[in-house]
Design a protein around this ligand. Sequence first.
Ligand SMILES: [Zn+2]
Length: 276
Amino acid sequence: MTETTLQTVIRTLESAYDPATAESWDAVGLVCGDPAQPVRKVLFAVDPVTAVAEEALDWGADLIVTHHPLYLRGVTSVAATTAKGRIVHRLIRANVGLYTAHTNADVADPGVSDALARAVGLSGPLRPLAPLPDRPRLGLGRVGELPVSMTLAKFAALAAHGLPRTSGGLRVSGDPDRLVKTVAVSGGAGDSLLGAARRAAVDVFLTADLRHHPASEYAEDDGPALIDAAHWATEWPWLTDAAERLTTALAATGNNVEARVSERVTDAWTTTAQRG
Ligand SMILES: [Zn+2]
């Protein structure tokens, strides 16, 4: 059996998630690790946080693939005086690489929002909500149909069932009895796609990190119903898809790596409270 190198894993990931399609402000690719080092175990996670680094070390991973970048802006130090610096130190000491596929995984076909769409019950063909002008099969968000019309309340329950549990669950904006069938979804913060969801004339738009004013104005103007989920939960379904794509593509070239999806909930919001 051939020894799989980090270089080979990166090449395989990049054929699925082309770094050239990442947004200009993004920071994707290899954060730490030597391309020549061997890779046997790969942990997939949404966030490159301390709990995920610890899980990787405990499991004996050689590589962590995360959706979110560790560093999005330039830094002049990775000293172990900050949480991020300590993560870099621990990973390098243990020979664990860290690799990020962020907005390039969002726009990919299939990408983050395809996995989200399937998780919340969309079964038919999907198309990007905001296609890239030069490559219309790629783009942010997805639009598709539910197999049958259902009330907004029922769809919200279906979505909650299909997504991993988080402390905040789902927040819904709109008449719970309104019928929905055409659905737009976007993994992560979807504020910027509210206009696209309206133009696509969908019945409901499910995303994360929506804010009061844009959501309130949307409802006032008879926009689609809105479902606001936990950011982490909307991106987590993609991890299984990415892990399967990586292991299948590597196996086809005689490279066998073991992949695991982290189930640690790393959403920023950890609990809720309510009067009464
Ligand atoms: Zn995100």
